[in-house]
Design a protein. Sequence first.
Length: 213
Amino acid sequence: MFLYKKVLGREELDLRDLTPARRPEHLPTVFDRGEIERLFAHLEGVHKLVCALLYGAGLRLLECLRLRIQDIEFERNQIVVHDGKGAKDRVTLLPPALVQPIRDRMERARQLHKHDLAAGLGEVYLPYALERKYPNAPKAWGWQYLFPANNTAVDPRSNPPGKIRRHHIGESAVQKAVKQAILKAGIHKHGSCHTLRHNPGCRIMPVGLSLLR
């Protein structure tokens, strides 16, 4: 309407019945069960567990990597996702098949945290200025990342500056592992980490134990 009436000066045109153009909707890529099994056969270690959570709990990649120890509620079989899409919190399913792998991952994170504490480190970044309100929280076990990075680094967000912290593992490493697994699995679809959470029934069908072997 603006083009015709303001730019072209066609005030006499009746544009009330015009339907505005819409972007075409694209259906997300979906892997079938066989493709999922082949994909997981070419993943290993922490990347495999991260992808199992994307598939089995419907998490987005960054939501998964940002999980803290206290976000995993074994007794309720649920995962609490903080600051997800739209800055909203939500609760999602903890697939029973992933309980033991997550416990194993927690134990590795605990040993790493103990090593950091012994070295005078052990802090993680806390959101929403919680560090000022709870000065001991950055070193508390519950606030540690479920998927900590292999190395510590200076956190540019720290105040005062120069604090050495352990962040979570990076998105790019997981994305690269998934891309390579898709190629090795011979899957001729354009897929990514995000594809895993679009599979039908992923929120009610826990990942099979075979996918984690």
